[in-house]
Design a protein around this ligand. Structure first.
Ligand code: XMP
Length: 524
């Protein structure tokens, strides 16, 4: 049976993936496509509904991003958001003009008319506005269904044609009723049944994977990160011992991490997986000895990883399929889906080797957003600690030690990082216990890095000349931009004093409060 889907047409706005995620939260499957996608292709996809996103253009300008007028005549419900709303009006004969002032931020909004779009939404509510242009004349057949002080047409509908336009952003949390509006559109107006659920995703995919793989052999590079772990368990449920997972301990993991990964996936763990652990710590340290340049370090780690992986693959013999942990944002950001620009391509040591002899790639998580991967992980019974793990770079502590890497520096940064994480987790858990939610300052990623700077200190009556550690903590949604997480001083104080007392080789802690940009999250 064909899966019901909604198409999100991307005009290059910053919240486009968020629109898709919110739709998925309504248990409706959706995909993002560029506004340049041919109308015939859209028709072929047979969507239940279409959502036009925001974007940076002004629709009355000559080279503005646009869409075919036919899009509004397919008999498929269309919802335009922000730029998408203006474009709908512009294309259908309304007028869009530049306003005197930009309307930006949380704005009071009045719902004027009952509309299926606002079912269950109070008459007075708040919305998130971000626009310069405004709809000065509605297109024929449209009726205004909401306004704000500065925006006479904050929402419009043409019920006969099933067309809806919203000037604000229902997808962001600052529009508290926004998800309800999107729900009303995809579930009630488009009539989607809400069959996109992670339990059925697991069931469906297990049988699809079985069918595709047959009796073939599958190889998976397991890093212990969320994506590769979820992919591995899903495949193992589907094909059992036809799967082999190779886990390379490059000696640059966090404290005890290699053993933790083995405890979950190895012989003693709860999965029946062919798990191969390659202990290559010394080999990596030898290769990295004396290398200071960050890019060279990344390259060495990546190449060494791939070589080891290939060696293991050879031992297995002919491999039919190789597993990749690609997830949906990777697909969108690599330009295959939406319109937003590619920001960076990371070197991921779980990446694809060139020389393994295999027939095909399997990407079992290709359709999923990160939060959906996590839900699948929980569905599969993977421990929460692993499912909600913060991201960890493929080259590991190699990019958290400035300068050359030695076993001693790895030990120092591992010990400091373990204390830092332990204290943050403890404080956050205590706060949650008391307040029912995590604190505002809770970072999305936090770690210790070695600065490679040594400075003078005093301990007991002794002069010390030891390393300084840098503590990093950031709040971020997409890891492309980030702000420093404002961890309370008393927590930092405790972390600092524990690190200096407990970690031999450190006598000073710095807090890195640089945002991204101009900094990056990792120090290298
Ligand atoms: P940056 O330092 O570029 O990091 O601001 C953004 C996010 O990506 C992670 N990161 C990596 N992940 N391989 C990875 O798999 C890498 O080489 C790599 N470098 C950075 C980083 O931890 C952060 O979450």
């Amino acid at each position: 049976m064909e899966r019901q889907k909604v198409i999100v047409i991307d005009f290059g706005g910053q919240y486009n993936q968020l629109v898709a995620r919110r739709v998925r939260e309504c248990n409706v499957y959706c995909e993002i496509y560029s506004y340049k996608t041919d109308i015939e292709k859209i028709k072929e996809m047979n969507p239940m509904g279409i959502i036009l996103t925001g974007g940076p253009s002004s629709c009355y300008e000559e080279d503005a991003a646009t869409c075919s007028p036919e899009l509004f005549k397919l008999g498929i419900p269309v919802l335009g958001l922000c730029y998408g709303a203006q474009l709908m009006q512009h294309v259908l004969g309304g007028k869009v003009e530049r306003a005197k002032d930009r309307e930006y931020g949380k704005t009071d909004i009045i719902i004027d008319n009952s509309s299926a779009l606002f079912n269950g939404v109070p008459e007075k509510t708040t919305c998130w506005m971000s626009h310069f242009d405004y709809i000065s004349k509605t297109a024929p057949g449209f009726k205004v269904i909401a306004h704000t002080d500065n925006c006479p047409a904050a929402a419009l509908e043409n019920v006969n044609e099933n067309l809806y336009a919203i000037q604000f952003h229902p997808e962001v949390l600052h529009t508290p009723e926004g998800t309800k509006m999107l729900y009303n559109f995809v579930r009630n107006i488009c009539g989607c049944a809400g069959d996109w659920r992670m339990d059925s995703f697991v069931k469906e995919n297990i049988s699809k994977l079985r069918e595709r793989i047959g009796s073939g052999k599958v190889l998976c590079a397991l890093s212990g990160g969320v994506d590769s772990s979820v992919a591995a368990v899903l495949l193992s449920k589907a094909i059992g011992d036809q799967l082999t997972c190779v886990f390379v301990d490059h000696g640059l993991l966090r404290k005890n991490e290699a053993d933790e990964v083995e405890a979950i996936f190895g012989k003693e763990g709860s999965y029946d997986i062919n798990f191969v652990r390659v202990n290559a710590r010394d080999q990596f340290y030898v290769k990295l000895a004396g290398v200071e340049d960050p890019e060279s370090k990344r390259k060495i780690i990546g190449e060494e990883f791939i070589r080891l992986f290939e060696q293991e693959a050879k031992k297995i013999g002919k491999v039919d399929f190789l597993v990749q942990g690609t997830i949906y944002p990777d697909v969108v950001e690599s330009g295959l889906g939406g319109e937003s620009v590619v920001i960076k391509s990371h070197h991921n040591v779980g990446g694809l080797p060139d020389h393994v002899d295999f027939k095909e790639i399997i990407e079992p998580l290709r359709d999923l957003f990160k939060d959906e991967v996590r839900k699948v992980g929980l569905e599969l019974g993977i421990p929460e600690k692993l499912v909600f793990r913060q991201p960890f770079p493929g080259p590991g502590l190699g990019v958290r030690i400035i300068g050359d890497v030695t076993a001693e520096k790895v030990r120092i940064v591992q010990d400091a990082d373990a204390i830092y994480r332990e204290e943050i987790e403890k404080e956050a858990a205590a706060y949650k216990e008391k307040n029912g939610e995590l604190p505002d300052w809770m970072p999305d990623q936090y770690f210790a890095a070695l600065t490679n700077v040594r400075s003078v200190g005093v301990m007991g009556d002794e002069r010390t000349f030891d390393y300084a550690i840098a503590l990093r903590a950031v709040r971020t949604i997409d890891f492309m931009t980030a702000d420093c997480a404002r961890i309370p001083w008393d927590v930092l104080d405790k972390v600092t004093s524990r690190i200096i007392n407990e970690v031999r080789g450190i006598n000073r802690c710095f807090m890195d409060i640089t945002s991204k940009p101009p900094g990056t999250i990792e120090l290298l």
